[in-house]
Structures are given as structure tokens and as C-alpha cells.
Design a protein around this ligand. Structure first.
Ligand code: GLY
Length: 377
């Protein structure tokens, strides 16, 4: 497969982007994907109705893009709030700081919050938008690969609790998602790698053609060839849109998007949200889930190795850390919000490109899969 395009590209004299529409029962919103969109007044004008605007960003992203975004708002009065960067700041305090600022500027129900940054900013601003006056408009402007392909689309918002990642949150769909692929040029290599874990996930759980395409395009992706990245991001957004459209509130098929995440969240919680980027933990978690799938005879042998090979070709480290005990991880997994009273729910592989939801997997099997993830890679 050489072309992954999923939507017509719109070309105007000085801009080229594509738009995917996410159509949900109660809301429908565009996802615009293209280079330079953060500074594109035309795109922002179409996304912003009247009402006050508050842009939330972090101290990594704001120095790079806040000014050009504010300029693109073209005379609209807009405030901004810059928070400290990092998963360790996805806290009650940061959420409260956003709410305090909304109160301070006298924001009403027609206000719009703009999340300019990665998944942490998107989750925080999203949860503030969900909770302020029982819900105000949110525009996601994701600047990391991970947020562009996953976190910004689908309406999940949350903050962390010491007991668990994303333990407090709400579903709150954005009014628009504006993905400026040019921001990837300033993304640290580590962040880019971490985002690739979520990209590979889409291939592994439901898009075998994407998986093969990724295997064929490793070098072009690592060189960040603009057209290749745009195609890749659009394909992931389209895959995600399909799942979210079918199951907005995760009563069924949306849970497949959590492949590797129950392991990953336990790993992030146990390492205090500071050792791993989310995508790095997801890569390790997917490996553990793939090993478990093979150990249980659910997928043909060789699946885990193929998955691991692709993740490693993007530079992801897949070893379970020696200082995080498998038994303690299983305890932490039980507290994951994806667990149900009826038991741990895990996403396992049936093959590359096919995943399914399982319950009642034995604790010893999970421990063994984690231990072998530590050893074999
Ligand atoms: N990140 C998984 C989901 O949005 O459902």
C-alpha cells in the first residue's frame, strides 16, 4: 500500500489541509489536519464563535506557538494560562488554576477553552471545559504526535490521582480539533518516539494494512517526511473516529483502544508519573499484553515478536523495568478505572490487526507475561 489517504485534501491558494468529520449522536466536529494550521486565521475563524477565549498551554509549548496562535485569532480578545509541563502536573491544582482563571476573566457559558499542547494540556483543559458551568466549548490544538493521533480526538478528559492515572475525568467532546503537523518539527525525539507507540497500536488492534504500511515506511517516518506524517496521522484519526463513532462512552468496542494501557497505567502510577512518557509506557504495556495473548494461545506465535520489532524500529525500549514488581503491578491494575467490579478487563491480540476484550484472565498468567516482558527484550 502506498497511499493511506482517508479524506479529500482541500487546497486554497495558500493552504492545504484535510478535514475529517467526527459524527456522534449528540455532536459532530471537524478534525483539520495540515501544516501551519496553528497560525491560520481562516481555520480559527471558522472554529470560534463569539464569547471569551482562554488558551491553555504549558511552559514547553507556549514559547513556541502561543504568540502565533493568538495572532491568528485576528483581533479576538483572548487570555492565556501557561502551566508547568509534564504528566506530574495533571493534577487537581492545575485543573483548579484553569477554573480560577475562567472565573477571573468572567467567562460565561459561551466561552471557549483552547488546549494548545500535548495530551496533558488536552486532558486538563478538557476536564476544565467539561466542568466549568457544566460544560463550555473546547478546541483541541494538539502539538505532540501522541495527542494528534489519540488524545485530542474522542472526548476523553481527565486528571490523575495518586492512586491511579486519569482516575477523575469526564467525556467532553471538543467543538473542533486543529492538528498542525508542522509542530512535529520542534518535538523532541523522545516525544515523537512515544507518539509512535499509539500509532503502532492502531495497526495492531484493527488496521493490519496500516501495520504493514508502517513496517514499509519506518525510515520515511523517522525522517519525518511531511506527506508521510500527514497520511499517517489522518489514518490514525480516521481509525479512531470509526471506533468512537460506534461507541462514544466506551461500553464496548472503544475499549480496544486501551490495548496495553492497563499495564501502562499501572507502570506510570508505580513510577510516580515521572519516569515514562505515556507512549513509552504504552509500548511496554502492549508488549506485555502481546506476550500474554501468545501465552494464552489467543494469537499465533510470532505476533509479539513482530509487534516488538516494529516498536523497536522506532527506538522504543520494551523492557519491563526490573524495579517494578510484577505482583505489585497486578494489584495496581486492579485499581485501573478500566477494571470492572466483575473483574479485570484486558485487551488481547488475536493477530496483528485484530484485538478483543477479555475478562477473568488469571493473575498468575498476567504476572508471567510481565516477567517475560522484562526478560526477553
Ligand atoms: N485513548 C483511548 C481512547 O480515547 O479511548
Amino acid at each position: 500500500m502506498t497511499n493511506l489517504s482517508v479524506a479529500p485534501r482541500l487546497s486554497m491558494p495558500d493552504r492545504t489541509f484535510e478535514t475529517l468529520q467526527i459524527a456522534l449522536p449528540a455532536s459532530s466536529y471537524p478534525v483539520h489536519i495540515g501544516a501551519g494550521l496553528l497560525g491560520d486565521a481562516f481555520v480559527w475563524k471558522s472554529a470560534l464563535p463569539a464569547g471569551s477565549v482562554l488558551v491553555i498551554s504549558d511552559d514547553n509549548v507556549a514559547p513556541l506557538y502561543l504568540e502565533s496562535l493568538l495572532r491568528a485569532l485576528d483581533g479576538r480578545e483572548a487570555g492565556s494560562l501557561v502551566l508547568p509541563a509534564g504528566e506530574a502536573h495533571k493534577t487537581f491544582e492545575s485543573w483548579r488554576a484553569i477554573l480560577d482563571r475562567l472565573v477571573e476573566i468572567g467567562a460565561l457559558r459561551d466561552a471557549t477553552l483552547v488546549a494548545l499542547g500535548g495530551g496533558v494540556v488536552g486532558d486538563l483543559a478538557g476536564f476544565a471545559a467539561a466542568s466549568y458551568m457544566r460544560g463550555i466549548r473546547l478546541i483541541q490544538a494538539p502539538t505532540t504526535l501522541l495527542a494528534q493521533v489519540d488524545a485530542s480526538v474522542g472526548g476523553k478528559t481527565a486528571i490523575n490521582h495518586a492512586a491511579g492515572k486519569n482516575l477523575i475525568g469526564a467525556f467532553h467532546q471538543p467543538a473542533a480539533v486543529i492538528i498542525d503537523t508542522a509542530t512535529l518539527a520542534t518535538l523532541e525525539e523522545r516525544e515523537f518516539r512515544a507518539g509512535m507507540a499509539e500509532v503502532v497500536k492502531y495497526g495492531a488492534i484493527g488496521d493490519a494494512a496500516l501495520f504493514v504500511w508502517l513496517e514499509d515506511h519506518v525510515e520515511a517516518i523517522k525522517q519525518q517526511k511531511a506527506d508521510v506524517l500527514r497520511q499517517m496521522i489522518a489514518r490514525c484519526v480516521s481509525d479512531k473516529a470509526r471506533v468512537v463513532t460506534e461507541d462514544e462512552k466506551e461500553h464496548g468496542v472503544r475499549a480496544l483502544l486501551n490495548f496495553g494501557h492497563t499495564f501502562a497505567h499501572a507502570l506510570e502510577t508505580q513510577t510516580g508519573y515521572v519516569r515514562y512518557l505515556h507512549g513509552e509506557a504504552v509500548a511496554i504495556g502492549m508488549m506485555a499484553a502481546a506476550r500474554l495473548s501468545e501465552d494464552l494461545g489467543l494469537c499465533p506465535s510470532g505476533c509479539a515478536e513482530r509487534l516488538g520489532g516494529l516498536l523497536q524500529s522506532f527506538g522504543l525500549d520494551l523492557r519491563w523495568p526490573g524495579d517494578v514488581a510484577a505482583e505489585a503491578t497486578v494489584e495496581a491494575m486492579a485499581l485501573d478505572k478500566k477494571a470492572l467490579a466483575s473483574g479485570q478487563r484486558l485487551i488481547l491480540l488475536e493477530d496483528i490487526g485484530k484485538a478483543s476484550i477479555h475478562q477473568g484472565i488469571g493473575r498468575r498468567d498476567i504476572v508471567r507475561a510481565i516477567q517475560s516482558t522484562g526478560r526477553k527484550l
